[in-house]
Ligand binder design. Structure first.
Ligand SMILES: Nc1ncnc2c1ncn2[C@@H]1O[C@H](COP(=O)(O)OP(=O)(O)OP(=O)(O)O)[C@@H](O)[C@H]1O
Length: 322
């Protein structure tokens, strides 16, 4: 295993309940053994990874592509999201992105074939010989006139409510420490189900007519199959499809919801009347009541949304598992 390029490593010691620090020590020793040139940068605060990635991409945007280092992220989906957004803000970004998942959800890794074993994930990076272009989602906020990018999904309603509750939960930190972060998710799922009301939304898929839904509940635009820490919201979604997939699930009673949730693991949910699926290149979602929003597990707050989605691309550096 070797690597012709240097690594610029961003480490979020706060991801995965603090497990990243230990993982980084093991990875750093492997890089040393393989004589791979790297610099390590620890995030000092939320959004720091965005600034680091932006500065790196800007610095190398005017040099030959082969001179650009690979940006390796050690953290969870949130840290990857931040780094991706830093790179994408630079129009001529030449920095490819590599990732060793250290979070609690790790949906991106699952969705693109990166193992959650850090040593094996490193081997996937070191075995790569060239960048791999993957789809990412682009989201233009028409209310705020801002553009952001996502590697996993953007959700309005139930899943965002879960993220909001989980991130605020005092038990999350405690449970993460004992590798039981999924218990915190479970508690949030139940609470979010009973607090999330049905809400109206308008969906305009590609250049079609706007469609109105009166009882929106889960409204998730996804780039790959997984959300919420391994739930297959849409198995057919793919980072190679040059499309995004929107799943709108209407509010149903608790028993029906559990059934739909269980059906997801067999992908039967999309055949049920309360579930609507759009496979699109362009999409607009409008809500009129304040709802929770989330992007790659990061809280977007509680507000109305008018979002325009399209597909973008990012160079990654790894050999995917089949
Ligand atoms: N120095 C820091 N202090 C506090 N928070 C930080 C710091 N650096 C990064 N963060 C924040 O840590 C948060 C969690 O990171 P991340 O999402 O990567 O981990 P996770 O929640 O454990 O994983 P996953 O999203 O896969 O469940 C992010 O919102 C990020 O902004």
């Amino acid at each position: 295993m070797s690597l012709q390029r240097s690594l610029y490593v961003i480490i979020n010691n706060f991801a995965g309940g603090g497990r990243t620090r230990q993982t980084w020590l093991q990875i750093a020793s492997k890089l040393y053994q393989h004589n791979i040139d790297y610099t390590a940068h620890f995030t000092q605060a939320p959004k720091h990874a965005t600034n680091l990635a932006y500065d790196l991409a800007l610095k190398y945007s005017t040099r030959p592509a082969e001179q650009a280092p690979i940006l390796l992220v050690l953290g969870g989906d949130g840290t990857l999201h931040e780094a991706l957004n830093g790179l994408q803000q630079v129009p001529k970004n030449l920095v490819p992105l590599a990732y060793i998942p250290c979070g609690s959800g790790n949906d991106f890794a699952r969705g693109v074939g990166i193992t959650t074993d850090p040593q094996k994930a490193l081997a996937q990076i070191l075995n790569a010989k060239q960048p791999l272009m993957l789809d990412i989602g682009r989201c233009h906020d028409l209310q705020r006139q801002t553009t952001s990018y996502f590697s996993n999904n953007i959700g309005i309603g139930f899943d965002a409510n879960v993220v909001h509750i989980t991130n605020r939960s005092v038990t999350k930190k405690y449970l993460n420490k004992y590798h039981a972060g999924s218990l915190a998710y479970l508690a949030s799922l139940v609470k979010a189900f009973f607090t999330q009301k049905a809400f109206p939304l308008t969906v305009t898929a590609d250049d079609g007519q706007p469609q109105q839904f009166d009882r929106g509940f889960v409204v998730t635009t996804t780039n790959h199959p997984y959300f919420g820490g391994g739930v297959p919201i849409l198995a057919s979604a793919s980072v190679y499809s040059h499309h995004l997939d929107l799943v709108v699930m209407e509010r149903v009673n608790a028993l029906y919801f559990i059934l739909l949730f269980a059906f997801m693991f067999r992908q039967w949910h999309t055949k049920m009347p309360p579930v609507h699926h759009f496979h699109i290149k362009k999409l607009r979602i409008q809500t009129t009541t304040p709802e929770f929003g989330q992007a790659d597990g990061e809280d977007l707050g509680h507000r109305t949304f008018d979002l325009e989605f399209s597909v973008a691309q990012q160079a990654f550096w790894f050999v995917p598992n089949k």
